[in-house]
Design a protein around this ligand. Structure first.
Ligand SMILES: [Zn+2]
Length: 445
């Protein structure tokens, strides 16, 4: 380790308790986003971040409202490079998902007060992504407090609106519109300290299967063959909910085939080296998120609507996936007398359409992040794909190559009760961020 790297890692070890206090206080700044545009309340937390940034001694702290009608600021702390070295963005979202009343009783600690216990920090946002943000902020604080002068620019950004896909508009993407760009970016999502160079995309579609309502007293005629001359089957009624079963089966078979068909070294494969990957294999799924149907308590159900959430690989377009779904639904409908004449309707994307991201695993920034990981931990970094979507998509789409790398995991209570981040991962990531700053931006000696 060179002297600058040794100084910053020792600084982080020395300040472990202050880092934990910082995260606990950060958690208490309720920055709830209800998940739809315009419902984020990030103001108090962002004001707190701005104050911390101002105390730290960045060359510049930028704080701005991307949409004047909403009091939802983004904040960036900037260290200006002294000699035209490579520039780096460390970015994390400040908004967190709500804690529903129905889940409050399941929490063992107060979700709105960070709590240190069992080697973890518990609290809403501890993993997603105030833990990662804390590690990024303290990595930059280590650089400043150790008196290290960087050759390239460093930007540490706290952004709004990730949970509501507003990163595409007023959050992550807006930082670039504001003029804050760099040659490489790391997004602080919880990746179990794995380097994620790719994510799948996600969208939802609705499938509506038509039926034919009739009195439940005539259900016998709807479902059982009748004597010659008596009406039976679809001339009397069609149970749309029952018809939906064939499509549920179809989608289950399809998600199995997708994971046999769509394979890559990075995304959904278990990563490499495999034994360290925590996410598992088979990311391409069709989840039945909602189902509704039926028209009246005394009627054979006249319609059924299924809403599915689909994860697809980074190398496909959403329209390609929807085309396949339409073809499969159409082909299956041809096997049924009623559905051949009364085709089901597939509508999508609806509700959400979040595109994937992908950068080359051989990109120089990825190599520097991986070697910094090795330098900080003495172990090889695990490369994999992120299992969810995040703001890295909007950075990549706006010309800044971005990966995700951060402490905690999506399976550690994120978007559920008892969210937490392991302290050893928090500290490990702070060191890796700090060494990546040193190794990527360069140090003026
Ligand atoms: Zn989240």
């Amino acid at each position: 380790m060179d002297p600058a790297s040794r100084k910053v890692t020792e600084y982080i070890d020395r300040n472990k308790n202050r880092i934990l206090d910082f995260l606990c206080e950060f958690v208490s700044k309720k920055s709830i986003n209800h998940g739809t545009p315009g419902t984020g309340d990030e103001l108090e937390a962002q004001n707190w971040v701005r104050e911390r940034f101002q105390e730290m001694g960045y060359d510049e702290v930028d704080y701005w409202f991307p949409d004047e009608a909403q009091k939802r600021p983004n904040v960036a702390g900037i260290l200006k490079g002294k000699m035209g070295g490579r520039s780096l963005i460390l970015q994390g979202h400040v908004d967190v998902v709500p804690v529903p009343d129905s889940e409050l009783g399941l929490w063992k600690t107060d979700p709105w007060k960070g709590t240190v216990a069992n080697g973890n920090v518990y609290g809403r946002g501890a993993g997603d992504t105030k833990g990662g943000n804390t590690a990024m902020i303290w990595a930059s604080k280590a650089i400043i407090d150790c008196g290290i002068k960087l050759k390239g620019d460093l930007l540490v950004e706290s952004v709004i609106g990730e949970e509501s896909q507003e990163g595409e508009t007023i959050g992550a993407a807006d930082t670039i519109k504001r003029g804050h760009t760099a040659q490489f970016a790391i997004v602080s999502e919880p990746t179990n300290c794995e380097i994620h160079t790719e994510s799948p995309g996600v969208f939802l579609f609705e499938l509506t299967v038509p039926g034919k309502s009739s009195h439940t007293a005539s259900r016998n005629q709807v479902i059982f063959p009748q004597r010659y001359g008596i009406d039976t089957g679809m001339s009397v009624g069609v149970d749309a909910i029952s018809r939906m079963k064939m499509f549920l089966d179809l989608f289950e078979r399809l998600e199995l085939q997708w994971n046999q068909r769509w394979r890559s070294k990075v995304l959904g494969s278990g990563g490499y080296p495999v034994p360290n990957d925590k996410q598992g294999v088979g990311l391409f799924t069709i989840n039945p998120s909602f189902i509704e149907g039926g028209t009246y308590l005394g009627s054979v159900p006249g319609y059924c609507k299924l809403t599915c959430n689909v994860w697809y690989p980074s190398w496909l377009k959403v329209d390609d996936v929807i085309s396949e779904l339409r073809e499969r639904v159409h082909a299956l409908a041809q096997t049924d007398d009623w559905l051949r004449e009364n085709p089901p309707l597939l509508n999508g994307p609806v509700l959400q359409n979040w595109r994937p991201f992908k950068i080359d695993v051989d990109f120089e920034g990825v190599k520097v992040l991986a070697s910094s990981y090795e330098e900080a931990t003495g172990e090889k970094a695990t490369h994999s794909g992120f299992r969810a979507t995040c703001d890295a998509t909007w950075l990549n789409e706006n010309g800044v190559p971005a990966v995700t790398f951060g402490p905690g995991g999506l399976e550690l209570g994120v978007h559920g009760p008892n969210e937490y981040v392991p302290i050893d991962e928090l500290i490990r990531c702070a060191k890796v961020y700090a060494l990546t700053i040193v190794n990527w931006c360069g140090v003026k000696t």
